[in-house]
Every structure is written in structure tokens, then in C-alpha cells.
Design a protein around this ligand. Sequence first.
Ligand code: MN
Length: 450
Amino acid sequence: MAVAGFREMIDLLEKNGELVRVKKEVDHRFELSAVAKKLEGGPALFFEKVRGYSMPVVVNTDYDRGIIARALGTTNPGLIDHYSLALKSPLDPVKVAGGPVKEVIRTTGINLFRDLPIPVHYEKDGGPYITTGLVVAELPENNIRNVSYQRLQATGEDELRLLIQPRHLWAMYGEREKQGRPLEVAVVIGNDTACRLAGATWGAAMPLGRDEFSIAGALRGRPVDLVRCETIGVWVPAGAEIVIEGEILPGLRLPEGPFAEFTGNYGDPWDNPVIKVKAITHRREAIYHDLLTFSPEHHLLLGLPYEPVVFNTVKALVPGTLAAHVTPASCGKFHAVVQIKKQHQGDGKDAIIAALSSVRDIKLVTVVDADVDPFNPRDVEWAVATRFQADRDLVLISGAKGNELDPSCPSLAVTAKMGLDATKPLDRSHRFDRITIPGYEGIDIKDYIL
Ligand code: MN
């Protein structure tokens, strides 16, 4: 059974010893993130006392693949199949009249700095940043809803600034700007794992107009209940902890940043769009949900939603495709490993072509055989060491579209892309047999040593 919501997730983590409570008071500026950094590999942390705030902060709820799989009602080996099925069979959200997120409604006297314990995470961050906010926008006339993650800097009592990369939200904002109108948006904090993953899903399987909440519904096997915002015509999850309602103003760009990005570098300050906040609604005794950028959780949440997209795109071209992994150490974004059962000598190269076409951020694809574990970096490097020859197995493409935040790009988001075909040649495969020891599998080491 999938976990029903954010609070249920916290309860389950705590019951399993995967969440600990921090009773000592912490400062929302650096101290909270420093403690979170120390324990970035887990467990999740529940900061009960944040200096100057009554609202507690939870961080690192999705730090492990197994925890994410369990939250979706599946297991780690089944995660990509589960995700692929959700992408193929979305489950639309349902509109409801009310929900817990409406327990407290504030439309006047809003002060983001006072009302929410938004952490300042890294040394050179431009200020407090909301890092778990799902930005929900709608173009009702085109029946389009979009849910996406953006970095959101609190820059005034009722003002946020956000970086929007040229994807769906950018297109919707552009549409409104042409009309000289603001784009209404809600920022939703305290979401369940399904909504968090769906909001991070994009690429070939998620064209503009595909509602991420319908993917979230399918991921958890139950539709997401949506309630209408108070001051704008946007619908948001009824069970969320906190919703910030507002509009992105047309024709206005103001400095935003720097911000410690998923790359482990500071994203430059840019002149970026501005949200005028109109309302905050939240649960009684709301819990603020935070994410530490450049952490295992961050890279898992970034990389996981790419995996079914890569897998399905490659599988459509190369039938023997077995698995796809976007590696956490590549910032959860830039490097993919594809595992195939080779049926044709050209399968390795075609897997590279397909994987590079599946998600534009990916700039290195390594293709391995069925006897190599794509999730084990040591095994993958072994395959490159023993099955790859650069003059024969390397694919190199110059000047393609990359990620705006990749500091190695020679100019903004222009990148080289590379494929390593580390599969063994079909005709000489006996030379590549892996060494084995008869009886190894049956050995129980407890029978030999205490
Ligand atoms: Mn989208």
C-alpha cells in the first residue's frame, strides 16, 4: 500500500527508526542545514524547535531508494516498472470542496520571513530558499496544468523570485506575458512522495499539457484530491501542509540568487521573474518540509524520474534493454547507465542514440551487458575498463543542448554529449566471460567464521 500523505510518511519513517527528532533549538540560517548535511545519508530529521518560529521543519524524508519505493507501494527492484506503468496509465486528480490545507487561511498581513521557517542553506545563498515547493500553474483556456520544481528565493514579505528554465512553466508564463497578464501560481510545500516525484518528472514522456498530478495519482494508486486556491484559480493538493498563492508578474525581472545548486556549485545571480504573494493557507500545526540541495536525497529525486523515461525510450529502439540508471554522483542528472541484453552487434550504439534523445540533460551514456550491475559504479567502471575501446566504442556529439546550470558548458546550456559502448562484441563473447567460483552462491559465511 502506498503511503497516503506527508504526515503518514513522517509517522512511518519514525516507526521504522528512519526519522529522528532534533529537540535542540536550531537557527534556520546555516545551523539547520549544517546538521542536515552531517546526516545527509539518513535518517530523516524532524527539527522541533527552529529559533523564532513555532513551525517545525522536516528534512530528508526520501533519502533512500527503498524508502521511496515503499512510499509508492512497491519495492526497489520494481520501482522503474512501477514508474513506467504510471507514465503509461495516468490517474487524473479529482476536485474536492475542502481539505486540511484550508485549516488556516491568511490573505492579509503576510510576511514570508516571519510566517515560514524557510532555511538559508549554504554560505553564499542569496537568502532563504524554498527548496521543496511544487509550483502549480494552469492555463484553463487550453486545459493545461503544470507542476514543477523551481528554486524560490524569499525576497520580500510577500515576494518570491524564481528561476524558470525554458520548459513548460516558461512557456505558460510566456503565453501570459504576451497577453500582458500575470501567471497565477501556487507553491505547495509538504507533499507526499508521489507528488514530489511527479513534479520532478519531465522529458520525452511528459509533453506540455500532461498533468503531473495524474502521474502522481498513478504512482500511488489513488487520485490526488485537489482544492481550489482562495485568491487564484489554481487547484492544489488538499492534503498538503502549506500553500503559497500568488502570481508571476508580467514584464518584470529582478536579481535572484546566488543559490547552491544540485551541481554543488553556486548558480549565478540572474534577473528572474517575480511572484507577488496573495495568500498563505496551511494545516493547523503545519510542518515545513525542507530539502538540502546537493544531497543524496536531492540527487535521488532528480535522477529517479528520469530512469523510466530513459528506460522506455531506449527499450522502444533496443528490445533487449533491461534497466536504466541515472547515477546519483552525476548530480542525479548528467550520466546514465543502460543495461542491455545484446541481440545485434549495433545494439550498444543504438542504446546510446536513444538514451541521449530521451532526456536532454544527459551528456554521458554508458551501455553495459546483462552481467554488469548498472547500479554499482564499481561494476560499471569495470565494464568500461575491460570491454571498451575509445577509438571503436566512443560516440561524441558536439554543441548539443545541455543544462543551464552545468558550469562546464562553454556557453549557456551548450554541451558535448558522449556515449561509451561498454558491451562485449557478440562474436567473441567467450573472451569476456566473468570469472566464477563453483559453490560461491551456496556459501553461508556464518558456517565458516563467527
Ligand atoms: Mn510539465
